[in-house]
Design a protein around this ligand. Structure first.
Ligand SMILES: Nc1ncnc2c1ncn2[C@@H]1O[C@H](COP(=O)(O)OP(=O)(O)O)[C@@H](O)[C@H]1O
Ligand SMILES: [Mg+2]
Length: 367
C-alpha cells in the first residue's frame, strides 16, 4: 500500500516515440535510453508510441520493443491499448494523457521536431520538453533559420532559396558565380541529410534539384564551406548554457544519410573535439547566441562549420537531437559534468518551469 502511495507521488512522464518520420528507428533507440535512465525516485514513465501510420498507442515497459539491440531492425511491439487524442483540457480519467504531469517527445524529424507535435501538446495543455511551436518550426526550416541567424549577426553559409515557381528563373552559371563551383542543395524542411546533395556540374545540379524537390517545395542552395564539423549542446530556458564541443569526422564525401545511419564506419565522432580553449569559448558563446536568436528553450544541438582560419559558421540547430547513449547531445553533457540521468531530470524540470511561467500570463485584458 505504502509502495503504491509513494509511486503515485512521483511525477508521471509521458515519453512519446516512434512516429511517421524517416527517423522512426532512431527515435525508438533514443526513447529506450531515456526510459532506462529516468530517475525512478522522482519519475514514473508512461510509454506512448506512434507507429509508422501515425497511430498513438500506450505500451508496457517490459515488452514495447522488438529487436531492441539491433538499430536496423528495432521496431514497436504489440501495444497495450490505443490512445484517443482529445484536444482541449482532458477530463476523461481513463485516458492515459489525463494522468500525465509532463511529456518528453523524442520524435526526431518531420511531425516530431517541426512544431506540429508541439502544437498538439499545447492544445493538450501539458508541459513538454524542447522548444515551443514557433522555435521548433523555425529551426526545422533551413531557409528561415538562416535568415534569422544572419539578422542576429551570426555567420551562415552564403546561399539562395529556391521554390518550384522560381525554377525556370534560376541560372546555374549565375549561382556558380555567386556561390562557387561546389554547391550544396538541400530541401528546406528535412533532416538526416535526406535529399541533400553536393554538386560540381550543371547536370549534377539539375539532378540534385529534382531530387530535393521530392522532399520539399522549397530548397536552399549553398556555397560549400570547407572546414571541420563541430557541434555544441545547449540546455536551459532563460539562462542557457553550453557544453564542450564535439566533432563529426565524416569518412565519406560529406555527412550523408548513409554515413549517419547505414555505414557503421561512415563517420567518427570525437568527443570532446580537439580545439583550443579560445575556440571552445567562442563556440560556446556562438551556440548560446544562436539558441537565443531562434528563441529555443529546453534544448538544442547547435551544428557548426569551422574553417581553416577558425571562422565559425552555424549550419543548423536541431531541437530534438538523438538521445541514444552514444549520441552527441547527451554525451557532450556527460563530458561537461552532467550525467545522462541528471540531464533528463533537468530537461523535465525546464519543461515544467516553462509551463508554470506561461500559465501565469494573462489571457485577457479583463482578468
Ligand atoms: N554549405 C555546406 N558546406 C559544406 N558541407 C555542407 C554544407 N551544407 C551541408 N553540408 C554537409 O551535409 C550534411 C547535411 O547537411 P545539413 O544541413 O546538416 O542537413 P540535415 O538537416 O539533413 O542534417 C552536413 O552535416 C555537412 O556534412
Ligand atoms: Mg545536419
Amino acid at each position: 500500500m505504502n509502495e503504491r502511495k509513494s509511486a503515485m507521488e512521483k511525477t508521471k512522464v509521458g515519453v512519446i516515440f516512434g512516429g511517421k518520420s524517416a527517423e522512426h528507428e532512431v527515435s525508438l533507440q533514443s526513447a529506450k535510453n531515456i526510459i532506462d535512465a529516468l530517475d525512478r525516485t522522482k519519475f514514473t514513465p508512461v510509454l506512448i508510441g506512434i507507429d509508422k501510420e501515425g497511430n498513438w498507442h500506450e505500451y508496457e515497459e517490459g515488452n514495447y520493443l522488438l529487436n531492441e539491440d539491433d538499430p536496423k531492425r528495432i521496431a514497436l511491439n504489440k501495444a497495450k491499448r490505443g490512445i484517443l487524442l482529445h484536444l482541449g483540457k482532458l477530463e476523461d480519467e481513463e485516458n492515459v494523457l489525463t494522468q500525465l504531469d509532463v511529456l518528453f517527445p523524442i520524435n526526431h524529424g518531420t511531425l516530431g521536431e517541426d512544431g506540429t507535435l508541439q502544437g498538439m501538446l499545447e492544445m493538450l495543455n501539458l508541459p513538454y520538453v524542447g522548444p515551443n511551436v514557433l522555435s521548433s518550426a523555425v529551426c526545422m526550416d533551413k531557409d528561415i533559420a538562416k535568415k534569422l541567424l544572419q539578422l542576429a549577426g551570426i555567420r551562415v553559409a552564403k546561399g539562395v532559396t529556391l521554390t518550384k515557381g522560381m525554377q525556370g528563373e534560376v541560372v546555374y552559371e549565375e549561382l556558380v558565380e555567386e556561390l562557387g563551383e561546389v554547391l550544396f542543395i538541400k530541401p528546406a524542411n528535412q533532416g538526416s541529410s535526406v535529399g541533400v546533395s553536393k554538386v560540381t556540374s550543371k547536370e549534377e545540379f539539375l539532378a540534385g534539384v529534382e531530387d530535393a524537390f521530392l522532399y520539399d517545395h522549397k530548397l536552399v542552395v549553398e556555397e560549400s564551406v570547407v572546414g571541420r564539423e563541430i557541434e555544441v549542446s545547449v540546455l536551459g530556458n532563460e539562462h542557457p548554457r553550453a557544453s564542450v564541443p564535439g566533432e563529426i569526422l565524416p569518412q565519406t564525401e560529406f555527412y550523408s544519410y548513409e554515413s549517419k545511419y547505414i555505414d557503421e564506419k561512415g563517420a567518427k565522432l570525437e568527443m570532446p573535439a580537439k580545439v583550443s580553449e579560445e575556440l571552445e569559448d567562442r563556440l560556446k558563446k556562438e551556440a548560446i547566441k544562436a539558441f537565443e536568436a531562434l528563441q529555443c528553450e529546453g534544448l538544442a544541438r547547435v551544428d557548426f562549420f569551422v574553417t581553416e582560419d577558425e571562422s565559425i559558421y552555424v549550419n543548423e540547430l536541431n531541437t530534438l537531437p538523438g538521445f541514444t547513449k552514444i549520441s552527441m547531445y547527451p554525451k557532450l553533457w556527460e563530458l561537461s559534468g552532467l550525467a545522462y540521468t541528471d540531464l533528463i531530470t533537468e530537461l523535465l524540470q525546464l519543461a515544467m518551469d516553462r509551463y508554470d511561467r506561461n500559465q501565469k500570463l494573462k489571457s485577457s485584458a479583463f482578468e
